[in-house]
Design a protein around this ligand. Structure first.
Ligand code: BG6
Length: 289
C-alpha cells in the first residue's frame, strides 16, 4: 500500500483483525493495531512524513549507532534510508507452523554510507504478525567485509499510553543504568517498578528477557520479550524537552513512552562473514508478575 507520504508500506493482517504497517523508509513499523482496532504505537501529530528523517513514532531501527554515542548522525543512518523488500531471505531460525503474516526487508550500505561508515553489511528485518496479533521483529546483521566491525542497535519503540502518570515499567528493578541526563553516569535502580514524574532518558543494562509496560488506566500491559538485546532504553521527554522537539506536540509526552530493546553498553562485534540476530516480540498481556 502507499503511505500518506507516497512511500510504500506493507500491511500485515491477522485473521482476527490485528494489523501492522511497515514502511520501506527506514524499515520503520508505523502502526500496530490490536484485534479491537486500537492503535498500540504512538505517532506524533506533528511528525514529518517526508524523508529523509525518521517519522516521530512507531518503531525505528537504530543502527549502527545508538543516540549520539559515536561520530554518526543521531541513532545511526539506517532509519533514514530507503529499504527494499528482500525477495529471497536466507533461512531464519525455525518458525512454527501456526498462522503468521510476515515481510522481509533488507538494507545494505550505499556508496555514500561507506564514506561515513566504511563497513559493508547486510541488515535484514523480518516483521511477523502472529495469529494472536503479537508483533515480532527479527533483525540480522551480516559482515560483508574482510575486517571485523562493531555496532550498537535498538528497536526504538514508541508505545501509546493513556496517561504517563498511570504507567509503570516492570522488570528493570535492581538493574544498573546509564543516565543520559547526567552525562551517562552509572546508577543502580532502587525502586520497585519504574514510574514517571519528570524527564527520563536511561539505558538499563543487562535486563532479563521480559519487560512489562503496565498502563493502569487501560489495565493493559505491553510485554516486551527480547533475544540478543541485553539493554533496555527508557525515554520520556516530559514537558520542557517536548517543547524543544519540533516534530513533537507540547503535551504529547503524556501519551507515549519509549521502551527500546537494545544492545548499547557492549557493542556487537562481527568478524568477516559472521552474522548477529536481535529479536523483539511485543504482545499485550496481563501483568508480567
Ligand atoms: C532516545 C534517546 O532513545 O531517543 C534520547 O535515549 C533521544 O536521548 C530520543 O532524545 C529521541 O531521539 P530522536 O533522534 O528520535 O529525537
Amino acid at each position: 500500500i502507499k503511505g500518506e507520504n507516497g512511500i510504500s508500506q506493507v500491511l500485515l493482517r491477522s485473521p482476527r483483525g490485528a494489523s501492522a504497517r511497515v514502511s520501506l523508509h527506514g524499515g520503520q513499523v508505523r502502526s500496530w493495531k490490536s484485534e479491537k482496532g486500537e492503535e498500540l504505537l504512538f505517532t506524533s501529530s506533528k511528525a514529518i512524513l517526508k524523508p529523509p528523517a525518521a517519522v516521530r513514532g512507531g518503531i525505528t531501527i537504530c543502527f549502527p549507532q545508538f543516540g549520539n554515542r559515536g561520530s554518526l548522525e543521531q541513532h545511526g543512518f539506517a532509519r533514514n534510508r530507503m529499504w527494499a523488500v528482500d525477495e529471497n531471505p536466507p533461512p531464519f531460525q525455525s518458525v512454527d507452523s501456526s498462522f503468521k503474516a510476515s515481510i522481509d526487508l533488507i538494507h545494505k550500505s550505499s556508496d555514500d554510507d561507506l564514506k561515513i561508515w566504511p563497513h559493508s553489511y547486510e541488515l535484514r528485518l523480518r516483521v511477523i504478525l502472529s495469529f494472536d496479533g503479537n508483533l515480532t521483529l527479527i533483525s540480522r546483521v551480516r559482515n560483508g567485509n574482510s575486517k571485523p566491525f562493531s555496532f550498537s542497535f535498538a528497536y526504538h519503540t514508541y508505545f501509546s499510553v493513556s496517561d504517563i502518570n498511570e504507567v509503570r515499567v516492570e522488570g528493570l528493578e535492581t538493574l544498573d543504568y546509564f543516565d543520559n541526563m547526567c552525562n551517562r553516569e552509572r546508577f543502580t535502580e532502587q525502586g520497585d517498578a519504574l514510574t514517571f514524574e519528570s524527564e527520563v532518558d536511561r539505558v538499563y543494562l543487562s535486563s532479563s528477557d521480559a519487560v512489562g509496560v503496565f498502563d493502569h488506566e487501560l489495565k493493559r500491559t505491553f510485554v516486551i520479550r527480547k533475544e540478543g538485546l541485553p539493554d533496555v532504553v527508557v525515554w520520556n521527554p516530559w514537558d520542557k524537552k517536548s517543547r524543544a522537539i519540533s516534530d513533537f506536540g507540547d503535551e504529547e509526552y503524556k501519551h507515549m513512552l519509549c521502551v527500546d530493546a537494545a544492545a548499547i553498553e557492549k557493542p556487537i562485534t562481527l568478524k568477516p562473514g559472521e552474522e548477529w540476530t536481535g529479536l523483539v516480540e511485543l504482545s499485550i498481556g496481563a501483568s508480567i508478575q
